[in-house]
Structure formats: structure tokens, C-alpha cells
Ligand binder design. Structure first.
Ligand SMILES: [Zn+2]
Length: 335
């Protein structure tokens, strides 16, 4: 474990998502002492979203007077590629109109404290590593299954970012050459086979072919008329065959992914987060474990490699963001 939150003071963690902004004040012991949440309203454009981040941050800071006085630094998770050293984000696919934006410097000016930015999935992984399921490990990989599939890598207790801060894109590992088209424009990426979006595509195709009456009804009666994680859970509980078949395929490719990760990288733990995992829990993970283990190269101590659900839910990234702030501040003080 890295030395976190040395001394006193509080840290601000912000998770900027496509639909909501979550801000939390974290004390020196790593506890969330106050928080605020607002809708992102991404269609209003970047300037408006940045104003809403600042506003959400202030709403999180204000109720806690002691912390407001000793707020040291802020960390922000953005749904985009980020150059961490300068706080620049490069086009966020879920945020309309976001090209290259100096998010870190702009927030730093508005908030009046040092502000650091990283990719949100990296920070979710860092949060789970320091405060969640990964505590006590040294080498860990996070895999988050949602509308896409994101990932993050911890090597020797530190987030591994790679040469261009682009490491950990497990969702775009090609697991089926010439497979289904991915949102990234290539074919056969894991995300095109195992994300909730891929599951919905396959389930709708099955419904169009006259199958899955049960899941069709659940989608139609859901609030957003989409295959949400809640709908998946209900369809699985009801034993809907089409849904089980589609989930089974996603689990198979996720198992192949985990085997590839383990064979390449030998982590102690792979942590799975995201809505689908939260909804189905261990039921979702057990087939992934089985496929993964059947494809491990190294048999020795293979049972000690743990494939587990994340435990921080929506709070993984704000914890990670507060930790980022602490680590980056310590690093800049040392250099
Ligand atoms: Zn892709």
C-alpha cells in the first residue's frame, strides 16, 4: 500500500460521468465525510459541465466546515483518455462537444486547490485497490462491465498507465477476430461481445427472431425500455432462455479475457465491477472463473488467483480520485 493522506487534511474526489457528477470529501483516514451529486447535463456542452462540476464540488465541501478549511487537493475521474501530467482530456465519447480540454487547470483555477485528472476507470480500479476488494494485494486488474467494458491495472501497488496513459483498455482486446463490430470501429473486441450494449444487441436480435418472450416483456415494461442491469437480473431470475444464452456467451469471452490477463500479467486478483456484476453477483462470476481457470497456462497456485466482485459500487472512482490527488501531490512535492 502507498502512504495515503499523510498528515491531516481532507481530499476532494470527483467522478464525472456521462449522466451524473458525484463529488465526495474524503478525510485523512479515507472516510467519505460528505458528498453531493448532480446530473451532468452533457448536452449543454463542456463549459456548462465544468461549471456543474465546480458547483457539485462546492456542495460537497460546504457542509463539512472542518474539512473545507483543510482541503488539500482534488482528483477528478473523466470518462475519456487523459494526459495525467497536465490534466488534459482528449474527447469524451459520452460528453457532447468535448474535444481536447484542459480540465485540470480549469478546475484548479475555479476550486483554488491543486487538481489532478485521470481516466475514471483507472480511478475506479485504484479505489477498489486501496479501499475496496483489492486491499492487501500488490498486483490487481479491475474490469468494469457496463455500456462498455473498461479496465485498469495495478502493478506493484501503483496504477500502471503505460507510455501514453492509455494502458488497461481490456474492453478493446480482440477476443474474436472478425467478430461483431465494436464502437471503436474494429471487430471482435471484448466490448462488442460482453458489454451490456452487446448483450442488448443480441437479445433484441433474438426477440426479432421470435424468442425471449419473457425478456421482451421485461424490457417493454421497464422505465427506460432498455436492457438495464435490473432487467437482466429479472430475466435471469425468471430463467429466460434467450437471456441465459446471451449472458453465457458474455461470460465465456470474459473468462477468455481473464485467462489472457492472468497468463500475460500474473495478477493476484481480478476485480469485476459495473452494473451487471452488481445485479447478478457471484452468479455472474462463477462461469467466468471456470473458463479462466481452464485456460491458465501456469497451474501452480492457480487457486490463489482470486476473481471477485468489486465492493465500492458508485464510490470506487471518488475514492480513487481522492487517492490520485494525494499521490500526485506527493509526487510533485518530491520532484
Ligand atoms: Zn473496440
Amino acid at each position: 500500500m502507498t502512504e495515503l493522506f499523510e498528515g491531516q487534511g481532507c481530499w476532494l474526489g470527483v467522478d464525472l460521468g456521462g449522466t451524473k457528477i458525484l463529488a465526495a470529501v474524503v478525510d485523512a483516514d479515507g472516510n467519505i465525510v460528505s458528498q453531493a451529486k448532480q446530473r451532468t447535463m452533457a448536452d449543454m456542452g463542456p463549459d456548462s459541465v465544468i461549471e456543474r462540476i465546480v458547483d457539485t464540488a462546492r456542495k460537497a465541501i460546504e457542509p463539512h466546515e472542518t474539512c473545507a478549511e483543510v482541503l488539500v487537493a482534488a482528483g477528478v475521474g473523466a470518462p475519456a483518455p487523459v494526459d495525467v501530467a497536465i490534466g488534459t482530456v482528449y474527447g469524451a465519447p459520452n460528453l457532447a462537444g468535448w474535444g481536447e480540454i484542459d480540465l485540470g487547470p480549469r478546475l484548479e483555477e475555479a476550486l483554488g486547490i491543486p487538481t489532478f485528472v485521470d481516466n475514471d476507470v483507472n480511478l475506479g480500479t485504484l479505489g477498489e485497490f486501496e479501499r475496496g476488494a483489492g486491499q492487501g494485494t500488490r498486483h490487481m486488474v479491475g474490469v468494469f462491465v457496463g455500456t462498455g467494458v473498461g479496465g485498469g491495472v495495478i502493478v506493484d501497488g501503483r496504477l500502471f498507465r503505460g507510455f501514453r496513459d492509455s494502458a488497461g483498455e481490456v474492453g478493446h482486446m480482440i477476443v474474436l477476430p472478425n467478430g461483431p463490430l465494436c464502437g471503436c470501429g474494429r471487430r471482435g473486441c471484448l466490448e462488442a461481445l460482453a458489454s451490456r450494449t452487446a448483450m442488448e444487441r443480441d437479445i433484441r436480435a433474438g426477440i426479432d427472431a421470435g424468442r425471449g418472450a419473457n425478456v421482451a416483456q421485461l424490457i417493454a415494461s421497464s422505465k427506460r425500455q432498455r436492457l438495464t442491469s435490473g432487467v437482466i437480473k429479472k430475466a435471469v431470475d425468471a430463467g429466460d432462455e434467450l437471456t441465459l444464452e446471451v449472458i453465457d456467451r458474455a461470460q465465456f469471452y470474459l473468462g477468455i479475457l481473464v485467462a489472457n490477463i492472468v497468463n500475460f500479467f500474473d495478477p493476484q486478483m481480478v476485480v469485476f465491477g459495473g452494473g451487471v456484476v452488481e445485479a447478478l453477483g457471484d452468479r455472474f462470476l462463477e462461469p467466468i472463473r471456470q473458463t479462466a481457470r481452464a485456460n491458465f497456462k501456469q497451474e501452480r497456485d492457480a487457486d490463489q488467483i482470486r476473481i471477485v466482485p468489486a465492493i465500492l459500487g458508485d464510490y470506487a472512482a471518488v475514492h480513487g480520485a481522492a487517492i490520485l490527488a494525494s499521490q500526485q501531490l506527493a509526487q510533485s512535492a518530491a520532484s
